[in-house]
Ligand binder design. Structure first.
Ligand code: GLN
Length: 229
């Protein structure tokens, strides 16, 4: 046939169009050897995460209902508005199923609003805002202040090597407290605040790697998912 690698074929959707179970619920997310990473698709920059994950060579799928959640090996919680996503998680009856999968060890990655959702506790949140758990972290919403809504910074992120990571922050949180099991991956140089963390299968960044085209954070997450399954 052609000289395409399996990864190239994946990126082109080759496997999806060839295999008979495509589009159906699979018995086990891992049976076919194709890693499927879901993106919670209730609100926020879903498309950008789906594109970044596809570029990393995994099958990326939007998750809006519990049946779709059951088909993924891992879940990305996008940037957007955590209070809105929290409300929609309840409306779409996804709050408890996502909590249960995370408690069961499903790898999860949250960017910005997603980091807020994964945190144990939120400061400056809405009183009715709900948490998914996964990270023993206390975050402060909109922590960098209203006057600096968005900014870019070069970050040194543990494990990602050189060059520095150009990070985009938009009404970003920071982690104010971290539990003993939490690994700090990056701090924002201006404030010294924690902006990237990992705890076992949970990863979170206060910034938005999905907006910049630098795939290193998504690749880190995909490696975490593949190590797990
Ligand atoms: N401030 C938003 C929130 O509270 C997060 C912003 C973002 O995701 N860019 O959810």
């Amino acid at each position: 046939m052609s000289d395409l690698t399996p990864d190239d074929r994946l990126k082109q959707g080759f496997w999806r169009s060839q295999v008979p179970w495509s589009g159906h619920r699979r018995r086990s997310p891992t049976l076919d050897g194709v890693t499927t990473v879901g993106v919670l698709a209730l609100q926020g920059d879903v498309r950008e995460h789906l594109a970044a994950l596809s570029d990393c060579g995994v099958h990326a799928a939007a998750v809006r209902r519990p049946t779709e959640l059951a088909q993924v090996d891992a879940l990305v919680l996008p940037g957007g508005e955590s209070t809105t996503m929290s409300r929609l998680l309840e409306t779409f009856e996804l709050l408890e199923p996502v909590r249960a999968r995370i408690a069961d060890g499903m790898p999860a990655y949250g960017s910005c609003a997603g980091m807020i959702l994964l945190a144990r506790e939120v400061l400056d949140g809405r009183p009715d805002q709900r948490q998914l758990g996964g990270l023993d972290v206390v975050v402060r919403r909109n922590a960098f202040g209203r006057q600096v809504d968005s900014f870019e910074r070069d970050l040194a992120i543990a494990g990602l090597g050189e060059p520095a990571y150009r990070a985009v922050f938009i009404r970003a949180p920071w982690a104010e407290e971290t539990g003993p099991g939490v690994e700090v991956l990056a701090t924002e140089p201006g404030t010294g605040r924690i902006v990237a963390v990992r705890q076992g299968p949970a990863l979170a960044t206060a910034f938005h790697p999905e907006l910049t085209g630098d795939l290193r954070v998504h690749k880190l997450f995909v490696d975490m998912v593949r190590d797990r399954i």
